[in-house]
Design a binder for this molecule. Structure first.
Ligand code: UD1
Length: 440
């Protein structure tokens, strides 16, 4: 038996600049939400261009636990809501991901009573669900929370007006999913406008919901008691696209990313351009070429700002660029813990509780160390890494790819929750990854 026991782990051997083409899959952050929306129809829904990520399988398990049928034919996921028979999602899904709470509105509509395990998701901050629960209460649901579950009852869901304290992606989705079938009109103010949230709104519109998007972060939804199944092709995953563009830049290679339209990457590309990167952009692809890069300061933000999930690969890129770069994380208070492992590989990253590189954010004057100062360029050493979450997981592979020797990486299941065929895609770029510990 190896020192790492029976767990699957990867040995990554740096092979120099990564070159080649990567076709990104449909968005991981949209597919699971459209699957939940499928519960609201009176006929099956079809979600095309679905990524091969285990979050889809986990969500399928949650939907089948309430009686829905879920199948996959190639890149199409089919959700058949005809036999939903309970509003209880098993507690076995306690802290698995954020999907059970999104199922509450649709299940309340169908069953009048729901019970879902408390949600999880990547450990990148407190990740409370207070906005979701307040919104459900304002639709008229009676909500109680126990140590491991949330229970709710409602004889009817009544349209409402909600002003979110922060434009939360998940809370906006909970409200859209509930408002679509509530009685009367719902207005969401200070709502999230991320492309994946808009995809959900478009899907609900295809199902027959009355949804308007207003320019000032507002959605106005006219509830419709009966929705039909819909069919929609997912947009490309902008986090996956950015991650592979950075893989090219950090390793000094030429990488072409296709399958994600430019409009989903505007801020990602303008940020990399500030560092000196240049691109060749077509209707379906973006190519980065090697070149001299410089340090910059970046603050994460809600859409259309620089997305928080783009942060971890960017920090690895910062280690490969001369000068002092700054990442100010303003969406999740506790997202930068992964830099400790990078420092152990020889990176020079310091964390600060001050808001550096931009104005004060919500975490101003708190103890959260949410600004990272990265001194580059450093030659990283191969290391032993354990992936704490999906995005940090990808960053660790990147760090291993630019290190001076092999690295051993555990926690691969984290990466596979959110990145489509990642082993295959890195192999196509020339990175040598050997997998150990799997059954085959
Ligand atoms: C989603 C994405 C995640 C992305 C994030 C921000 C999925 C599966 N995940 O996460 O990849 O990084 O959007 O773009 O789509 N908050 C509260 N109370 C709540 C809800 C949120 O205080 O009830 C706070 C959070 O703690 C955080 C901020 O709002 O500080 C943003 O969170 P949110 O936008 O809800 O992120 P998720 O939907 O969890």
């Amino acid at each position: 038996m190896s020192l790492l026991g029976d767990e699957v782990f990867w040995e990554v051997e740096p092979t120099g600049p990564l070159h080649g083409d990567v076709r990104v899959a449909g968005s991981k952050n949209a597919v699971t939400k459209l699957m939940v929306a499928g519960l609201l129809g009176d006929s099956p829904s079809y979600i095309l261009n679905a990524p091969m990520v285990t979050e889809v399988d986990i969500t399928a398990g949650m939907l089948t636990s309430v009686g829905a049928g879920v199948g996959r034919e190639g890149d199409t996921v089919v959700v058949d809501p005809s036999d939903i028979c309970t509003g209880s999602v098993p507690v076995g899904y306690f802290r698995t991901n954020r999907i059970p709470i999104l199922m509450m509105g649709p299940l309340l509509h169908r069953m009048g009573e729901v019970s879902v395990p408390l949600s999880g998701g990547d450990q990148i901050g407190g990740r409370p669900v207070d906005f979701h629960l307040e919104a459900l209460r304002s639709f008229g649901a009676e909500v109680t929370v126990t140590d491991d579950a949330i229970h709710a009852k409602a004889t009817r869901l009544q349209g409402t007006r909600v002003r979110l304290p922060f434009p939360s992606v998940g809370a906006t989705e909970t409200i859209l999913l509930t408002a679509a079938v509530a009685e009367g009109r719902t207005v969401i103010e200070n709502a999230a406008m991320e492309p994946e949230v808009v995809e959900l709104a478009l899907f609900l519109q295809r199902m027959g919901a009355g949804i308007e998007m207003r320019p000032d972060r507002r959605y106005v939804i006219e509830g419709t008691p009966k929705l039909s199944g819909a069919r929609q092709e997912l947009g490309g995953d902008r986090i996956e696209a950015f991650s592979y563009l950075v893989a090219g830049l950090a390793s000094g290679g030429r990488v072409q990313v296709s399958g994600c339209s430019q409009d989903r990457l505007v801020t990602a590309l303008s940020t990399l351009r500030r560092m000196g990167a240049s691109f060749d952009i077509t209707e379906d692809s973006v190519t980065v070429a090697p070149g001299e890069l410089r340090s910059i300061a970046v603050g994460t933000s809600t859409h259309p700002g620089f997305m928080t999930d783009w942060g971890p690969p960017l920090v690895v890129l910062f280690t490969q660029v001369p000068g002092m770069s700054v990442l100010h994380e303003t969406v999740f208070e506790d997202r930068l813990g992964y830099v400790e492992a990078l420092d152990a590989m020889g990176a020079q990253v310091e964390l600060y509780d001050q808001c550096l590189g931009g104005g004060p954010c919500r975490f101003h004057e708190t103890d959260w160390r949410h600004s990272a100062v990265v001194r580059g360029r450093t030659q990283l050493r191969g290391g032993r890494l354990d992936m704490p979450d999906i995005r940090a997981g990808f960053a660790y592979i990147l760090a291993a790819a630019v290190a001076d020797g092999p690295s051993t990486i555990r926690g691969i299941h984290q990466l596979e929750r959110g990145y489509d065929r990642v082993h295959e895609k890195f192999a196509e770029l020339g990175l040598r990854i050997q997998e150990f510990g799997s059954a085959d």
